[in-house]
Ligand binder design. Structure first.
Ligand code: KMH
Ligand code: ZN
Length: 275
């Protein structure tokens, strides 16, 4: 089995300091949380950015400021900026971080319910996102919130509308209104991806670790972080993203899976070596 790649989704667009005071908004706070996750064993940081007051933004300038500041303290980390942004943002707004030519970025694979909202990813939008990633040589992380998202993106890849194999999928399960975070659902998705693909499991809320454990045992990778879950255990808020990553490291150790550093993760993901 390959080493385990841990992604930390340190911020997200929706969670707030009212829910957990450690949720980062400012550049300094985002750097602090990225560093805590990296030090604990995360090879990848999934980046959303906020204004200082917590408002989600996809501003290219704010992404640049945060990305440059993270690289200063975590020089080899893999950064995956979001092109999902927050519900209600336009496609052009969401695409701004692709103008910074990151090695990877998320590409959301279909429209879905998102709690009380609708997260819009129409076919024309997805074709635009795929085109931009092909032009800018960005490897997408394909975010699948629903079973049907996988078939959608595989069909687009076959037509050359989005970057193709080897593909990296992130199965984000347990968003209210979307596919539940169950082991059978995860197995169904994993069984349907092309040979040679890589995949990550993200369990939302109380499913963060109950989905992480089977993913580790199945040879997949794991994402945790404040974007997905604010608690270390029932009733105990995590003090940092690093605490959430450290818990995944402990589970992996118990299951006999070693942790990939960023250089090893780049190899597993077929990314060019850095520097
Ligand atoms: N904030 C969610 C509506 C992504 O990063 O690509 C979408 C999201 C997905 O977080
Ligand atoms: Zn995200």
């Amino acid at each position: 089995m390959e080493k385990l790649i841990i992604t930390a989704a340190i911020c997200g667009a929706e969670v707030t300091k009212e829910q957990n005071p450690a949720v980062p908004y400012t550049v300094e706070e985002i750097v602090r949380e990225a560093k805590s996750a990296y030090d604990a064993g995360a090879a990848i940081v999934h980046v959303h950015v906020r204004e200082d007051d917590g408002t989600p933004t996809q501003s290219k300038a704010r992404f640049k400021e945060c990305i440059d500041a993270i690289y200063k303290v975590c020089p080899d980390v893999i950064l995956i900026p979001s092109t999902g942004g927050a519900v209600g943002m336009t496609a052009e707004e969401r695409l701004q971080p692709t103008e910074l030519f990151p090695e990877m970025a998320t590409l959301d694979c279909g429209t879905c319910n998102f709690g009380d909202d609708v997260f819009e990813n129409t076919m024309p939008m997805m074709r635009d996102f795929g085109k931009r990633m092909l032009e800018n040589h960005i490897k997408p992380e394909y975010e699948c919130f629903e079973m049907g998202h996988l078939d959608t993106i595989l069909t687009m890849a076959k037509k050359g509308l989005v970057p193709g194999e080897p593909m990296q999928f992130n199965f984000v399960l347990g968003v209210p209104g979307c596919t539940p975070a169950t082991v059978p659902n995860l197995c169904w998705l994993v069984n349907a991806i092309p040979a040679g693909s890589t995949w990550t499991a993200t369990g939302i809320g109380r499913h963060a670790f109950t989905l992480a454990a089977p993913a580790i045992a199945m040879g997949g990778n794991v994402r945790v972080g404040f974007e997905d879950n604010l608690y270390l255990e029932r009733g105990v808020l995590a003090k940092s993203n690093g605490e959430l990553v450290a818990k995944v490291v402990r589970i992996a150790k118990e299951l006999g899976r070693e942790i990939a550093n960023p250089a090893e993760a780049r190899k597993i993901l077929s990314l060019p070596a850095k520097g």
